[in-house]
Design a protein around this ligand. Structure first.
Ligand SMILES: Cc1cc2nc3c(=O)[nH]c(=O)nc-3n(C[C@H](O)[C@H](O)[C@H](O)COP(=O)(O)OP(=O)(O)OC[C@H]3O[C@@H](n4cnc5c(N)ncnc54)[C@H](O)[C@@H]3O)c2cc1C
Length: 457
């Protein structure tokens, strides 16, 4: 390959990188997208899509187990992980093919290989020098461990968990964040005994406390064990299992230990520091317009400190392409990006918690309302309990929505529009929600906050 020049060179073909590439060609730029593995990155191949396929298989298992309650006679005989994995791989394969087709149809030049930033305008891939008027860094993230905790054998991360072709009888999970509780949910539905270890006082500690407590209650009901506020001290393993010790003296015996303690920036050996990019412990630092300290070099996705979510990557990719094109796009703060945790029950939220809203606006200037899904017909039909909590500023907009219950992830689209458009409950209250839907629970919360409750007191 000859040396090549483009308007934009994107290093890393995950959610952030490929979104930047797509938007840039839409805006008339010539674009090279450099990827060392598979376009689609973590989300498509090792993250969002495969885990959500497992969670759906888990839901099918739960529904089958509970079928008689609905008058449907069915028996859950066993979980065939080969079949589950084939179902998952089929979905990933189709999406991968679709994405490759899209990249090609858009006229993006895909460059296969490992890239290294060698100057503010060049990336080296093997013997080739790829030059860009602008460069977007989008090399993503990797599963972190704790100091001294080696990922080997029966001590695994989400990558190895997704490769398993058997259902463990007993699992210990280190970390009660999103990835930890999602795998806990899958394995419990598949019949495993699960124990989560979380050093902070609550599961999903980044969520509103009411939501964390509701999840803990729901997990307890499902038979998922958890140890909160206690630190891991060590693990030993044999050919048949692991023995996990905690600082309070507890020892948990299990078949495997899943380490789900977060993800670090995948920036080692990428040449960023040598090229003069300002970094902090591997993260690429940017201003709010995603520019690094070097003019013309931007960063998007998981390598930029903040929420590690695929849709944040898409948004940032679009943002940077539009910024380069001079369109002056609007900054979306992380707090106003929707977050979904797809365990059973699901969790979805956007905006400020009640406590943070009170810090921001003053305790007497904030009102919150918790609508209980017990009052929602569709939730009753689905057999889910949960809450929808909406937080508003007095005489002002809705600044936060926090939800828990089966399928509430699907409700966060409306919630994020309302929070980002700074709608007042009085503006939304006249608008109509279909019946019977779970969406009505949002409608009920806004009606209440507008001073005209319907099915609530
Ligand atoms: C188990 C799990 C479940 C998840 N579930 C969800 C979810 O449900 N919803 C959600 O929003 N997010 C989810 N995420 C997070 C989501 O996957 C990430 O936020 C998203 O993939 C980040 O996109 P990115 O473009 O920054 O990086 P990545 O997707 O990691 O892509 C980076 C790409 O860059 C490539 N690359 C790296 N270095 C180089 C190099 N030097 N040269 C060439 N190529 C390089 C890599 O091969 C990779 O393809 C999940 C993550 C995990 C691990």
């Amino acid at each position: 390959m000859a040396d090549m020049s483009f308007d934009l060179v994107v290093l890393g073909g995950g959610s952030g990188g490929y979104a930047a590439a797509i938007r840039a060609v839409e805006l008339g730029m010539s674009v090279a997208l450099i990827e060392k593995d598979k376009v689609g990155g973590t989300c498509l191949h090792r993250g969002c899509i495969p885990t959500k396929a497992l969670l759906h298989a888990a839901e099918v298992a739960d529904v089958t187990r509970d079928a008689a309650h609905h008058g449907v006679i069915a028996n859950l005989v066993s979980i065939d992980m080969t079949g589950v994995n084939a179902y998952r791989d089929d979905i990933v394969g189709k999406k991968f093919k679709g994405l490759q087709g899209l990249i090609k149809a858009r006229g993006i030049t895909m460059i296969d290989g490992e890239g290294r930033l060698t100057s503010p305008t060049t990336v080296q891939v093997g013997k080739d020098t790829i030059t860009g008027k602008n460069i977007v860094l989008a090399t993503g993230s990797y599963s972190r461990s704790l100091p001294g905790l080696d990922i080997t054998g029966r001590v695994i991360t989400s990558e190895q968990a997704l490769q398993m072709d058997w259902v463990p009888n007993r699992v210990a999970i280190l970390g009660g964040g999103v990835i930890g509780v999602e795998f806990a949910s899958v394995w419990r539905s598949f019949g495993s005994e699960v124990t989560i270890i979380e050093g902070l006082p609550h599961l999903v500690p980044n969520e509103e406390e009411t939501i964390s407590k509701s999840l803990e209650k729901a997990f307890r009901k499902r038979g998922i064990e958890y140890k909160l506020g206690v630190k891991f001290s060590g693990v030993t393993q044999t050919d048949t299992g692991v023995s996990v010790s905690l600082e309070d003296g507890t020892v948990i015996e299990a078949d495997i230990l899943l380490v789900a303690v977060g993800r670090g920036p995948a920036t080692a050996n990428c040449g960023f520091e040598e090229a003069g990019i300002t970094m902090d412990r591997g993260w690429v630092l940017t201003n709010e317009r995603l520019q690094t300290n070097i003019p013309g070099v931007y960063a998007v996705g998981d390598i930029v400190p903040g929420l590690q979510l695929a849709h944040r990557g898409y948004q940032q990719g679009f943002f940077v392409a539009e910024e380069i094109a001079g369109l002056n796009p609007v900054v979306i703060d992380d707090i106003n990006i929707p977050k979904i945790t797809y365990c059973e029950p699901e969790i979805a939220s956007v905006g400020l918690s009640e406590a943070k809203a009170k810090e921001a606006y003053g305790a007497d200037k904030v009102v919150a309302y918790e609508y209980n899904l017990a009052g929602n017909g569709k939730s009753e039909i689905l057999g889910t309990s949960g809450i929808v909590k909406a937080v508003r500023v007095v005489d002002g907009p809705v600044v936060g929505v926090h939800m828990i219950g089966s399928r509430v992830g699907e409700l966060v689209g409306e919630a994020q529009l309302i929070v980002n458009w700074e709608a007042h409950p009085e503006d939304i209250a006249p608008l109509v929600h279909g019946h019977p839907t779970q969406n009505e629970s949002l409608g009920e919360a806004f009606l209440y906050l507008a001073g005209k409750p319907l099915h609530t007191l």
